[in-house]
Design a protein around this ligand. Structure first.
Ligand SMILES: Nc1nc2c(c(=O)[nH]1)N[C@H]1C(S)=C(S)[C@@H](COP(=O)(O)OP(=O)(O)OC[C@H]3O[C@@H](n4cnc5c(=O)[nH]c(N)nc54)[C@H](O)[C@@H]3O)O[C@H]1N2
Ligand SMILES: Nc1nc2c(c(=O)[nH]1)N[C@H]1C(S)=C(S)[C@@H](COP(=O)(O)OP(=O)(O)OC[C@H]3O[C@@H](n4cnc5c(=O)[nH]c(N)nc54)[C@H](O)[C@@H]3O)O[C@H]1N2
Ligand code: SF4
Ligand SMILES: [Mo]
Length: 734
């Protein structure tokens, strides 16, 4: 008898009969992988593959990218605009023309009665950049509300605010290639292998070629922590203490780069004096990292020939998220690690086009990193758009997280949600339910009609998604990459670009303005507006972008006309002395006192609640929850709990429990794992009516980003396991 390999059937790769491969950029995370999508001879989409010649992913894709084409015929898509007078009535179908004219009339009524800012717009990090630009023009130039922001306040706001405070402008200064040059890397609250798998692969590849210390700061033993040389299991919400302590050791031991600091920064005196309060002995008690380790890490970082920090939501989603970012910038400035190969302070962004919205949507300002507060910027954009500059507000309005409370207080009466699902993603679900139900008029523009937020909509606009349309995204390393149209959107859905254009036509003022019919023409406008600015894209074109598999900004028309091919100059920012975006060219070192204002565990609520993501799911699962190949790994809500804690409570693996916070409760299945310490549970946020029923989400004072990662809960075992299992199964998307 034969055993083993000889008896096994060879793996057969099914021939999907791909007739054509179309170039796109992945529409999930900010890594920005180049994908080709296959269609067969009948035009049916049959597969995806990574693009070999693309510098970002070099042929690879993660589990989401490889099955991304399956979303084209996923369940729950909208195919017709829907309308109703009140949310307790059923929707009826309507035409696009009627939908657009109804929406414009409602906006007008609300603004007439309650003022221009009583209608708010909340967008996303998931549209194409040309769409962001057009939405900005419509909102700033025609609707004229100042309550216009994006879900990026839940995500990147702290990074944006921190970059502006330190360097005078937003814009991540480094790139993935820095892994190949660095002498030391600290990852702060970032779980690359699950959330940015292809960046992780780039990092791993660099470490295989040339070993350098990897230090991971995360209260969980994440997959990245398991690969680290040093894992710092920090007390939640105290990164600022650790960062101040590192600066303390570096400055007090004279390991800082005085020449660089003198030539490139201001504020070293105030920083030096503030960090004296954070000697390692004192800091250790607050942040839970022992004093010798603090000293050791400080020395490793400062003595490395070059060193870099990357961070994601463990830093941004905190009451001191913006301060955490500034503190990371401080650390890199005092050690002269900005603008150098391998020396950088690189915020890993989140959504596929989190950068595109920052650059071009006009959400918190005007296009091309222009500011409402700057009269010249208002003048320039007003002139270019043919809008009276006096029509623009003189400072930014409410952030997304302040827009919802303004609905509660009655200040805002109408809301337009574009590609975001706050019912599931905002903290405190019950509060959000009441908030949305209070609106006189809610428009939901989403690719999925079954998105939870639609329960409160008066008007639903079905949108095309990802490669059902054409335009560009910008990734974490400022790389502009293109999505080509692969297939048509279902039914009467329209690209967001077309929806904005249709709506613009309803406003009298649009006659004098330009709202191009094609995304390429909008891209040309953006190129003109970018000339000579930080995010200069004037040398790019859609075709050149595809040919190069993405181009990092800045890439100027002078470079293009000299025949210099990308990445001519676009790899890093602040490479020349005193080139920061303040008038004197100097970056700011800022003193950052730590104020502990988090909800912390106590007798009544003894566990830390930590929340985040899983590799197989994307956000509120409107997409990945519908695809068997991603949903099968985790179809129902669960929590990671330490086996010792589970034993204390009498909880068995696979049992259902109720988690309770001061805001609400949620039922989840217990998964016993050493990944979390004894006093913490981790719950992924992908499930509706689950972890965000528990979260508090205190806001960062600078960025207004919620602290999703710090709250306190207690846990109860459920008597009726059958009923709990039933409830859990209902959370399945299909
Ligand atoms: N598969 C997948 N990938 C994604 C996404 C997705 O939904 N699914 N979303 C994308 C988006 S929009 C984003 S923003 C990114 C997010 O990417 P990440 O930020 O990497 O993901 P999270 O799981 O939210 O949080 C990261 C880590 O922060 C840690 N953390 C919690 N509290 C603290 C703390 O106080 N200090 C520190 N240092 N760490 C802490 C958590 O334990 C967690 O491991 O992922 C992007 N990529
Ligand atoms: N507890 C907890 N909560 C969190 C987080 C956390 O770590 N913990 N993370 C926060 C972060 S970082 C983020 S980024 C947010 C994300 O929160 P959301 O933005 O609310 O989540 P998504 O599911 O990405 O919502 C995007 C919506 O856009 C739709 N869509 C997709 N493509 C298109 C398109 O092309 N056009 C249109 N019109 N619609 C489209 C999708 O169907 C979906 O409904 O969640 C935040 N919430
Ligand atoms: S790593 Fe991100 S961009 Fe790349 S395939 Fe996965 S989800 Fe898409
Ligand atoms: Mo995000």
């Amino acid at each position: 008898m034969l055993f083993g390999r000889d008896k096994k059937n060879p793996i057969k790769i099914v021939d999907k009969k791909a007739a054509k491969w179309t170039y796109a950029t992945c529409g999930y995370c900010s890594v920005g992988c180049s994908i080709e999508v296959a269609t067969n001879i009948e035009g049916k989409v049959v597969g995806s593959r990574g693009v070999g010649g693309a510098d970002v992913n070099r042929g690879k894709l993660c589990v989401k990218g490889i099955f991304e084409h399956e979303l084209f015929d996923s369940a729950g898509r909208g195919d017709k605009p829907l309308i109703r007078a009140a949310i307790n009535e059923g929707f009826r179908e309507t035409t696009w023309d009627q939908a657009a004219s109804h929406m414009a009339t409602k906006i007008n009524d609300i603004q007439q009665r309650y003022g221009r800012d009583a209608f708010a717009v909340v967008s996303t990090g998931q549209l194409l950049t040309e769409e962001f630009y057009t939405l900005g023009k419509l909102t700033r130039g025609l609707i004229g509300t100042n309550n216009y922001d994006g879900n990026t306040t839940l995500c990147m706001a702290s990074a944006v605010s921190g970059y502006k405070r330190s360097f005078g402008s937003d814009g991540p200064p480094g790139c993935y290639e820095d892994f190949e040059h660095t002498g030391c890397l600290i990852a702060w609250g970032s779980n690359l292998p699950e959330q940015h798998p292809i960046i992780y692969w780039r990092l791993q590849e660099a470490r295989e070629k040339r070993d350098f210390p990897l230090i991971v700061v995360d209260p969980r033993v994440t997959m990245l922590a398991q690969k680290a040389d040093i894992h710092l299991a920090i007390t939640p919400g105290t990164d600022l203490v650790l960062l101040n302590a590192l600066a303390h050791v570096i400055i007090n031991e004279g390991l800082h780069d005085k020449a660089y600091i003198d030539a490139n920064t201001v504020g070293i005196e105030a920083l030096t004096s503030e960090v004296q309060h954070y000697d390692p002995t004192t800091a250790a008690k607050l942040c839970g990292i022992d004093e010798d380790t603090i000293r050791n890490v400080a020395r490793i970082y400062a003595k490395a020939p070059t060193a870099m920090s990357i961070w994601t939501m463990g830093i941004n989603q905190s009451t001191h998220g913006s301060d955490g970012v500034v503190a990371i910038n401080n650390l890199n400035l005092i050690t002269a690690n900005i603008g150098k190969p391998g020396g950088t302070s690189l915020s890993i962004t989140g959504q596929c086009n989190a950068m595109g919205t920052r650059e071009w949507s006009s959400c918190s300002g005007l296009p091309g990193y222009r500011q409402l507060e700057n009269p010249e910027d208002r003048e320039e954009i007003g002139h270019y758009w043919k809008v009276d500059p006096e029509f623009f507000p003189k400072k930014r309005g409410l952030a997304q997280t302040d827009i919802f409370p303004a609905i509660e207080s009655g200040e805002i009466k109408g809301l337009w949600l574009v590609a975001t699902n706050p019912m599931t993603s905002m903290p405190n679900t019950e509060r959000m339910r009441k908030t949305l139900a209070k609106l006189d008029f809610l428009v939901v523009q989403d690719s999925y009609a079954d998105v939870e937020t639609n329960q409160y909509a008066h008007l639903y606009l079905p949108a095309a998604t990802w490669a059902e349309k054409e335009g560009v995204f910008t990734n974490t390393e400022r790389r502009v990459n293109i999505v080509r149209k692969v297939t048509d959107a279902p039914g009467e859905s329209k690209a967001d670009f077309e929806i904005f254009n249709l709506l613009a036509k309803q406003f009298e003022g649009s006659k004098a303005m330009s709202f191009p019919e094609q995304p390429q023409a909008a891209f040309e406008e953006m190129k003109t507006l970018s000339k000579g600015r930080l995010a200069d894209i004037s040398g790019m074109s859609h075709d050149l972008i595809e040919k190069q598999r993405g181009i990092q900004w800045p890439y100027t028309d002078e470079q293009a006309s000299r025949g210099e091919l990308p990445p001519a100059g676009g790899k890093r920012l602040y490479t020349t002395p005193a080139s920061f975006r303040f008038a004197d060219g100097k970056a700011k070192l800022i003193a950052l006192p730590f104020i502990n204002n988090n909800e912390v565990p106590d007798e009544q609520f003894p566990f830390w609640l930590n929340t985040g993501r899983l590799v197989e799911h994307f956000h509120t699962r409107t997409k990945t929850g519908k695809l068997g190949n991603t949903n099968k790994y985790s179809p129902i809500p669960f929590m990671e709990i330490n086996p010792d804690a589970a034993q204390d409570l009498g909880i068995e693996q696979g049992e259902y429990v109720r988690c309770i916070s001061r805001r609400g409760d949620a039922v989840v299945m217990a998964m016993l794992t050493q990944r979390v310490p004894r006093n913490m549970v981790f719950i992924p946020f992908h499930y509706f009516d689950c972890v965000n029923r528990l979260t508090l989400g205190l806001l960062d004072p600078h960025s207004r980003q919620p602290a999703y990662k710090q709250a306190a809960i207690t846990i109860e075992i459920l008597e009726d396991q059958q009923a709990a299992a039933q409830l859990s199964m209902e959370m399945r998307r299909f």
